[in-house]
Write a protein that binds this ligand. Structure first.
Ligand SMILES: O=C[C@H](O)[C@H](O)[C@H](O)COP(=O)(O)O
Length: 225
C-alpha cells in the first residue's frame, strides 16, 4: 500500500470514535483530509451537530461537506479530538505541526477528553526529532528565539512560503521556526523548555498532553495502542 492508502485506511478506522459524539474536534493535515472526506459519506454524518476545527483549511473542508463549525469558546470542552502527527512514540508522545496548525491543535487537544492520533506507519519512531520540530513564534521574537533554540542544540530555520518566497504565516498571524538536529530523549522537558522562551507561542511537541489512542495504518491492518 502507498503512504496515502495507509492514511486513508487509518482515517476510516477513526470514524468509529466519532459516532454518537455531537460536537467533534478535528485536526489538520492530509490524514485528516481523508477522514473528513469519509465523514461526508458516512451514515452518521447527520448526527454530528458541529465540529471545532484546528485550522482555516479544516474549517473550510468541514463546511463544504455541511458540518457546522463552532469556536472553542462556544463549544466548551470536547469528547473527542482526532488528528494526525508527524512523529509518534510507543508512549503516545507526538511531534506535530508540519502543516503549521500546531497551536490551535494543542489548544483543542487540551480541551478534549480523548485524543485519537491517526498515522501511517512511517510516523512511528522511538525517539522524536528526525522530523524538524515546528516552533510558532511572534514575528518580532524570531531571531531571539532562534538563538535560544540553537543553545538547546537545534538548528532553527525560518519556514518559508514556497509560492511567495516570503515567511510562512500561520492562521494566527505568526511565524514558524523548524528546528533540525534535535534528538528528543526527554519530550516533556523539551516541550516545557521551549515553551518557556519568551516569544514562543507554542512548539509542536505534544508530550504533556499526549494521545489517548494511537491508530497506525500498517500493511493491510490498523494497529491500536
Ligand atoms: O500542522 C499539522 C498537523 O500537526 C498534522 O497533524 C501533521 O503535520 C500530520 O499531517 P499529515 O496527516 O499530513 O501527515
Amino acid at each position: 500500500m502507498t503512504q496515502d492508502e495507509l492514511k486513508k485506511q487509518v482515517a476510516a478506522a477513526a470514524l468509529q470514535y466519532l459516532k454518537n459524539v455531537p460536537v467533534i474536534g478535528m485536526g489538520t493535515g492530509s490524514t485528516v483530509t481523508h477522514l473528513i472526506n469519509q465523514l461526508a459519506d458516512c451514515d452518521f454524518k447527520h448526527d454530528i451537530e458541529a465540529a471545532v476545527s484546528s485550522s482555516i483549511k479544516t474549517t473550510e473542508h468541514l463546511q463544504s461537506i455541511g458540518i457546522k463549525v463552532l469556536e472553542l469558546n462556544q463549544s466548551g470542552d470536547l469528547e473527542v479530538y482526532v488528528d494526525g502527527a508527524d512523529e509518534v512514540t510507543p508512549h503516545r508522545k507526538m511531534l506535530k505541526g508540519g502543516g503549521g496548525a500546531l497551536t490551535r491543535e494543542k489548544i483543542i487537544a487540551g480541551a478534549s477528553k480523548k485524543f485519537v492520533c491517526i498515522v501511517d506507519e512511517s510516523k512511528c519512531v522511538d525517539v522524536m526529532g528526525k522530523f524538524p520540530l515546528p516552533v510558532e513564534v511572534l514575528p518580532l521574537s524570531r531571531s531571539f528565539v532562534a538563538r535560544q533554540l540553537a543553545k538547546l542544540g537545534g538548528t532553527p530555520e525560518l519556514r518559508m512560503n514556497k509560492d511567495s518566497g516570503q515567511p510562512y504565516i500561520t492562521d494566527n498571524g505568526c511565524e514558524i521556526l523548524d528546528v533540525y538536529n534535535l534528538s528528543i530523549v526527554d519530550p516533556v522537558g523539551m516541550e516545557q523548555s521551549i515553551n518557556n522562551i519568551p516569544g514562543v507561542i507554542t512548539n509542536g511537541l505534544f508530550a504533556m498532553r499526549d494521545a489517548d489512542v494511537v491508530l497506525v495504518g500498517k500493511g493491510s491492518e490498523v494497529i491500536t495502542y
